[in-house]
Design a binder for this molecule. Structure first.
Ligand SMILES: [Ca+2]
Length: 257
């Protein structure tokens, strides 16, 4: 009898621990009120985060970020500014995107955001997207929507795919080397956006634990697409080169946790 009681108590505690953790993660990280179904693992033990994903951005004034901005006149101007911040648990991003370049396609619209992460900070290892960043190679790509049907912002809840192919090869040259670790909608991230005049402002967080082998120094680049997956903007991006008729390709951003 004693054994049975013990077991029951342990089971109740286990269930409680699970549900308590979920509730806590939801309250802390997804405060945009639009995405009640999203729940995240994470913690009772987590210290108060510097950034709250709530669609207000004053918390960004208090943290030291690494930033990139798009020079005036670039063709791919869909992202005008990015700020990156991280702590032990999360990688955070703040983005500004021109509203007129933001794809609003009515009831079947969506806006995908992709984040390429060079998890070891080494441009010699990983896959390349050499028309966006050079020299650069990344091990993980996170892809999820930031807006959905009828222009509604949605919480960023990306899939995580890692590169298993040869170092230095083009990411899109070998799709058999794409290994999806986590499906979109699994609670890897959260995000909240608002349209402020003609600028869209969006903040997001990503749970670092979902990204394998994240080092203390990473490099990263971010790009925005339309619903047909045509790229509309990227950061970092170099000056427009009128002779070449294209935007200058630069390195990814470096972030030290
Ligand atoms: Ca905030």
């Amino acid at each position: 009898m004693k054994k049975v009681l013990k077991f029951t108590a342990a089971a109740i505690m286990a269930v409680c621990a699970l549900s308590c953790t979920k509730d806590n993660g939801d309250d802390n990280k997804v405060n945009n009120g639009k995405d009640d179904e999203q729940e995240q693992p994470g913690g009772d033990e987590t210290p108060a985060a510097a950034i709250t994903i709530d669609g207000t951005f004053s918390d960004w004034d208090a943290v030291e970020t690494v930033d990139a901005t798009a020079p005036a006149g670039v063709i791919q101007d869909g992202i005008s500014k990015v700020r990156v911040y991280g702590d032990d648990m999360y990688l955070y991003m703040y983005l500004e995107m021109p509203l007129d370049g933001f794809t609003y396609d009515g009831a079947d619209g969506y806006v995908p955001l992709s984040i390429c992460i060079d998890t070891d900070g080494n441009p010699d290892t990983g896959a390349t997207i050499d028309w966006m960043w050079m020299p650069a190679a990344f091990e993980a790509i996170l892809q999820g929507n930031i807006a959905g049907p009828n222009s509604e912002f949605v919480s960023f809840n990306p899939g995580v795919t890692v590169w298993t192919g040869e170092d230095g090869m083009g990411y899109w040259d070998d799709e058999s080397a794409h290994s999806q670790l986590v499906a979109e909608g699994s609670g890897v991230g959260a995000g909240a956006g608002v349209a402020d005049g003609d600028i869209v402002k969006y903040e997001l967080s990503i749970i670092k634990e979902f990204i394998p082998e994240m080092g203390s120094t990473i490099k990263l680049g971010v790009y925005l697409s339309d619903k047909s997956w045509g790229e509309t903007g990227r950061l970092p991006i170099g000056e427009h080169d009128s002779e070449a008729g294209s935007d200058t390709i630069v390195e990814m951003l470096t972030y030290n946790f």
